[in-house]
Design a protein around this ligand. Sequence first.
Ligand code: HEC
Ligand code: HEC
Length: 348
Amino acid sequence: MRGVHEPRTKTPDRVSRADLQALRRPPSAITPFAGFPDVLDFPRDVQPILDRHCVECHTYQRRDGNVILAGDLGPHWSHSFFSLFAYRQVADGRNGLGNHPPRSIGSSASPLLKMMGGSHYGAKLSPREWRTIWLWIESGAPYAGSYAGLRNESDQNIAGSAVARVFAGARDVLDRRCGSCHAIGQPDSEDRRPLPFPSDFRRNRRGSEPRTAVYERIVLADDPMARFSANILLNFTRPAWSPLLLSPLAKAAGGHERCGAVFRDTSDSDYQRLLAAIEQGKSELDANPRYATPDFKPNRQYVREMKRYGILPASFDRSKDPIDIFQVDQAYWKSLWHEPENCASPSP
Ligand code: HEC
Ligand code: HEC
């Protein structure tokens, strides 16, 4: 037996070159989709398409279908990115082990692409936009399309601690104004509307790390509690548009009034305290500008390695030198290309 059917622990024996049809000509060169980046980046490539076709109905104010597709930032990602996964629009196979049946992951299994062809409230993408979404899903549907955006441990802790600060800072407001209906900081309970808010935002026993188990878990599954995740409740771009504030705010005052009008208007001092707590979390995060914000800096490890590979000059100073991370990535990938001299090059 030859090809894919032979034992995978053995190389094929006695196969002469002429034996295999494919070996009678040089290898085909891989042809890229012309005019598209190699790796798609959610904030750069996908969000503008959502802005054009979806955000009109999926704003904080309208929130059709309870879905927000604006690019405002939550603790870790943009609200749109979180929402697409919470509503299982993208089948990226995340955390699924083992073999997958054909067409159960990737673009062909993602509802998002299906709803972009005109069947969903008339939203119809141009062929180029459609291809962009397709490529984004096929390249693993990443948030950051650059290694420079990978967060190290300390970056991740900053997000966790900003969330903890909001909930701890407003704890007495949450207890007094929300606790009669929401089981705050506890697992689901029967008599009260189960949970919201990270189930345990106090410090854990082992040390100082804030526990945010509920919100960490949520994005990985189609979880009906996703709407109570800190990833969507907190808006760290425009704090006053945090669903945490809009849900209990009266419609007449611009809120969603999902809880009844707990806050009749924004002059309620508890509303103001909750808002101040979110603003406090935002300033903590802003001190270390995040991916896809103007003052973002690639992490230290990225800069160190890119210098080591000779892609960035040794003199590069992360704190002040400008950098185009997508160009640096591209130069890095190119340095890895296999370019044997005697291989027939593709015609230009
Ligand atoms: C003209 C208004 C409008 C536009 C434009 C629009 N939507 Fe919607 N969307 C709705 C409404 C209304 C619902 C809730 C009812 C429903 O699910 O059909 C909804 C529901 C959804 C849902 C939830 C589906 C579910 O399974 O519960 C998702 C996800 C969604 N939209 C994504 C999008 C995306 C992506 C775009 C852009 C390509 C978009 N929408 C454009 C009105 C709109
Ligand atoms: C009188 C009872 C009541 C009080 C008080 C109350 N809520 Fe709610 N809240 C509810 C109910 C009921 C829901 C679920 C509504 C639904 O399922 O659509 C809810 C839903 C929510 C949601 C999720 C909404 C969504 O659509 O995603 C948030 C966030 C929320 N509440 C925050 C708060 C905050 C913050 C307070 C205190 C300032 C508060 N609630 C006080 C009853 C209450």
